[in-house]
Structures are given as structure tokens and as C-alpha cells.
Design a protein. Structure first.
Length: 383
């Protein structure tokens, strides 16, 4: 049976369009047609009631949600709870993200992610291993006691997810260049993050295959006049992608606008770095035996360091418009098309076009999410 979504504003590659119908069949978009097209008359119709139909949001860095932290619950049920919590905020694809931990927890996380994808848990696209190959000087809330250099067995473990995308965040100065090349050769998308590396060290990592930067500006050596650092290497490089946390706390909006001006269009994308309080009432959780608390929407550890965020993707999109002055269509692309391209999934996800996954979010006039579709399956959400 064909389903027709109509009666709203549809975001295509060149902007929003009225009087269109998006035709969906077997989880894929089969056509974008005029609302009066004969195929629409024969389809099951869903009235979008004037809302904005946009590609579903893709979040490459999700530590938790729905009261669940992935490190503490590296199971299929834990992943499903995280994905369900973020779906109500428009996220239709995500990578559960493991903060630096020991080998056994990594092993469980990889196995749970593979099982979740095999079972068809909605929205799970792969896995993000954020560490443990990081710099102690830029550890943030990560536990430096588990930091280490990967041996051959751990390289194999970190790249063993066979049915989804693997993103691996590391500090290039902490990992031999041959090891970075080995991760890339085994299919991992390597990102630089939590790095104290010099410009030269980060540049060498880029030459070895690093594809992007994890939460640009945060937990990395800054740009200075005589020491460009990791930030300078990121902003100069034309080919790499940069994830950014647009919550008004992690990075000043002016710094984010500088990044948007420096990088080619499409190379900066939104992430949440979300913690368990997204989609949950509890304001705190435990990480490494330490209590992490959100106060006025800002998540910090006991020492006062930022420890992830309470950000959801819908709010990140709204902040892109409100704080960065972006047009809505571009803010949406930063949450959908651009992360899909970073993940190597740009031919299947992140656009409303024939052949693409029927993953959508429906936004109202306040840019709140009223409904989502994953593989054509619809869920309604309260504003």
C-alpha cells in the first residue's frame, strides 16, 4: 500500500515547497509529486495539517536518553530506550555513544549495537566509541584511568560492528599514525577529539585518514595566533566534517558562526552529546561512580566541568535559527543531510527524495516535533 503525506510544507534540496505529496512505499520514498497527482488519489493519505515535513534528524553522538546512560546499560533494551527518548525530538537515526570505558564494556556495547540493528530497533544506525584513546589534558568528564593505546586485538574489537557505521573518536597525538590508518582501513570513521595535539599532530592525523572532529572547540587545543592547534587544523581543512553542540553553553554563538564561515557548506553538522536526562524527569545520573547533574539545563560533574548536554536535536535546530541566524532549511540540513554525509549514508538518509528512507519529522510553527516516521512507520508526539 502506498502512503501519501500531503497538506504541509515539504523540504526539498532547494528549500520548502507547498502543494506537494510525498509518496511512501515499503519504507522508502517512491516519489515527490504534485498534490493532485493520480497516484495520490489511490494512496492512503496522511494530512500534515500545514506543518513542515523535513528529513528526520541524525545524531552522531548520543550518550544517553530516557534515563539511560549507554555506558551503564550497554544492552539492546538500553539502546532502544535511548532511541525512543530521542525520537520524540525528531531524531530518526542515531549512534549510541560509549564514553571511554574498559575493554569488556566496549565489547558489550559493540555486541548490543549489532544485535539492536539486527533486531530492527528503530533509528539505530551504528555505534560511536568516544575514546578511550584520548588525551588526559583534554579529558573533560572522561576517566583518564581507562585511557590507553589500542593493541591489535582492540583495533579488531573497535571495528567489529559488521552491520552499521562505527565512529571512533581519538586524540591523534595519543595514537600512532599506523593505528589510525588501520582503523580507517577496517571501515571506521575516525574523528579527532579530546585532544591536546598541536596543529602539526592533528594535520598528520588528517593525512592518515581522520574524517572529522568531535564537538568542535570543546576538549581540544584552541586556535591561537602562533599555535593553531586542533581548532585551527579543523577550520582550515576543506574536506573534514565538524560536529557542533549548539546549546548556547558549550560554544559561544560567534565562535560557531566563525566555523560556519570557515568551513565549506555542509561540513558543519549538529550533535547533541546528550545525556540520560533528555526525555526523562531525573536531573542526575551516575558515571564512573560519580554523580552528574543538570542545573538549568547545563550538565556538569562534581568538579564543575561540562559533562555532555541536556540538548535534543529539535532544540539544536531551533538554536541554529535563533542563535546562529540560520534559515530554517539550513538548520535542518545541519541536523539531517550533513550528518548523513559525514557517516557515509548520504545516498540513503538525510533528504526527501525518491529512493531515500522514509524517515521524517513534522514540525509545527514553533518548530516543535509533532510526528516522526522511521522507515515509513509513523509516531505522533505531543508538543
Amino acid at each position: 500500500m502506498t502512503t501519501a503525506l500531503l497538506g504541509g510544507r515539504v523540504l526539498l534540496d532547494d528549500g520548502f515547497h507547498d502543494d506537494l505529496a510525498v509518496l511512501v512505499e515499503r519504507g522508502r520514498i517512491i516519489a515527490v509529486a504534485a498534490a493532485g497527482d493520480a497516484r495520490v488519489r489511490d494512496a492512503e493519505r496522511i494530512d500534515l495539517e500545514g506543518g513542515a515535513l523535513v528529513p528526520g534528524f541524525i545524531d552522531a553522538q548520543v550518550n544517553g536518553g530516557g534515563g539511560v546512560l549507554f555506558n551503564n546499560t550497554p544492552t539492546v533494551d538500553g539502546i532502544a530506550a535511548i532511541a525512543q527518548a530521542h525520537r520524540r525530538f525528531g531524531t530518526t537515526g542515531l549512534l549510541p555513544t560509549l564514553i571511554s570505558d574498559d575493554v569488556e564494556v566496549m565489547r558489550r556495547a559493540v555486541a548490543a549495537t549489532a544485535d539492536a540493528i539486527a533486531r530492527g530497533v528503530p533509528g539505530v544506525l551504528g555505534l560511536h566509541l568516544e575514546g578511550p584513546y584520548l588525551a588526559p589534558a583534554r579529558r573533560g568528564t572522561h576517566d583518564a584511568r581507562v585511557f590507553r593505546a589500542p593493541d591489535a586485538d582492540e583495533i579488531a574489537l573497535a571495528t567489529s560492528l559488521g552491520n552499521g557505521v562505527t565512529v571512533l573518536t581519538l586524540a591523534p597525538e595519543q595514537v600512532p599514525l599506523d593505528t589510525i590508518r588501520a582503523f580507517v582501513a577496517r571501515g571506521a570513521i575516525v574523528a579527532a577529539g579530546h585532544t591536546a595535539g598541536s596543529y602539526a599532530q592533528v594535520r598528520a592525523g588528517l593525512d592518515a585518514g581522520i574524517r572529522g572532529f568531535t564537538h568542535l572547540y570543546n576538549a581540544m587545543s584552541p586556535l591561537e595566533g602562533r599555535a593553531p592547534g586542533a581548532v585551527g587544523a579543523a577550520l582550515e581543512d576543506r574536506d573534514s566534517w565538524c560536529g557542533v553542540i549548539v546549546d548556547g553553553v558549550h560554544v559561544h554563538p560567534a565562535s560557531l558562526r566563525v566555523a560556519l564561515a570557515a568551513k565549506p557548506r555542509g561540513k558543519v553538522f549538529l550533535v547533541t552529546d546528550a545525556m540520560p536526562m533528555v526525555g526523562a524527569d531525573a536531573p542526575s545520573f551516575a558515571l564512573y561512580g560519580e554523580t552528574i547533574t543538570a542545573v538549568d539545563g547545563v550538565v556538569r560533574n562534581a568538579a564543575g566541568s561540562l559533562a555532555g548536554s541536556a540538548l535534543d536535536m529539535a532544540t539544536a535546530v531551533r538554536n541554529g535559527v535563533r542563535l546562529l541566524g540560520l534559515p530554517l532549511d539550513e538548520a535542518v540540513r545541519m541536523a539531517s543531510r550533513y550528518p548523513a554525509e559525514f557517516l557515509g549514508l548520504g545516498e540513503r538518509f538525510g533528504r526527501i527524495a525518491p529512493g531515500y528512507a522514509a524517515d521524517f519529522a513534522l514540525l509545527d510553527d514553533a518548530l516543535a516535533v509533532r510526528a516522526t516516521w522511521i522507515g515509513g512507520d509513523m509516531a505522533r508526539h505531543a508538543a
